[in-house]
Design a protein around this ligand. Structure first.
Ligand code: ADP
Ligand code: ADP
Length: 232
């Protein structure tokens, strides 16, 4: 089965004159071990789609699942547990805890879930993102690119069913951004990780296996094996 699914997903914010229909019947399956990019104009529903699929936001209508688990009917506690056990997040703003070291940040989601990191896998992740001599540093002692490496390691170390990345290169210079995209690409190709990424950047999307284009709350186009030229 798919790593994550949405079927006829509708999301309506507000009511009356303030009502906004953010998603209009979106259906998408994220196959295991693939890297999917979501593109589209500002306001087209990209973040809403990610947040609903990740169990951060509730659907107005439609079915959602992560792996074998349906999100419909899970309460807040059930959704929180599902995110902890099955989902990884990478944000534009890194979202690291400032008082923790890089290593403590990386291990925090596992610690919260009451799980221990497999030492060999932890080492593989650290080697992949190239953080070896920075593990004892706090976020304010790290560059933006290094902070995002920590966030990537934090997402990868738990081997989640799916990683949701929201503009992961949006705050990085092009060189650091390319490094991050390279780690994400490798984690898919070499380790079978499933990743979905929202991006404005055609070059970033070209690292994906598949690009979905949203406009006005609907999927309007899709590309497989994208190149930056094709995405533009
Ligand atoms: P994108 O990520 O593509 O920029 P969003 O998913 O953020 O799009 O937004 C889709 C639409 O939903 C926009 O019209 C936006 O203004 C609206 N929207 C998003 N979040 C909220 C919210 N919490 N309350 C009301 N409207 C929202
Ligand atoms: P924005 O897209 O507005 O900059 P973020 O991408 O930082 O916001 O966060 C998007 C949503 O995810 C917010 O509702 C936030 O509360 C939630 N969130 C942020 N960090 C985490 C996390 N580590 N685990 C679960 N939810 C989170």
């Amino acid at each position: 089965g798919a790593a994550a699914r949405a079927a006829d997903l509708w999301k309506v914010y507000g009511s009356g004159e303030a009502q906004v229909i953010a998603l209009r019947g979106v259906s998408v399956e994220l196959e295991r071990g693939r890297f999917t990019a979501i593109m589209g104009p500002s306001g087209s529903g990209k973040s809403t789609l990610m947040h609903c699929m990740a169990g951060l936001d509730s659907a107005t209508r439609g079915q959602l699942a992560i792996g074998d688990t349906a999100l419909n009917g899970l309460g807040d506690a059930g959704l929180t547990r599902l995110r902890r056990e099955k989902v990884g997040f990478i944000f534009q703003q890194f979202n690291l805890l400032p008082t923790l070291t890089a290593e403590e940040n990386i291990l925090l989601p596992l610690a919260i879930a009451g799980r221990k990191a497999d030492p060999q896998w932890f080492q593989t992740v650290i080697d992949t993102v190239g953080l070896g001599d920075r593990l004892g540093h706090r976020p304010n002692q790290l560059s933006g690119g290094q902070q995002q490496r920590v966030a990537c390691a934090r997402a990868l170390v738990a081997r989640p069913e799916v990683i949701f990345a929201d503009e992961p290169t949006g705050n990085l210079d092009s060189r650091s951004g390319a490094e991050i995209l390279g780690f994400l690409r490798r984690s898919v190709t070499e380790h079978g990780q499933t990743i979905v990424m929202v991006t404005h950047d055609a070059n970033a999307a070209s690292y994906a296996d598949r690009v979905i284009f949203l406009a006005d709350g609907q999927i309007v186009d899709e590309l497989t094996e994208p190149t930056a030229d094709a995405v533009l």
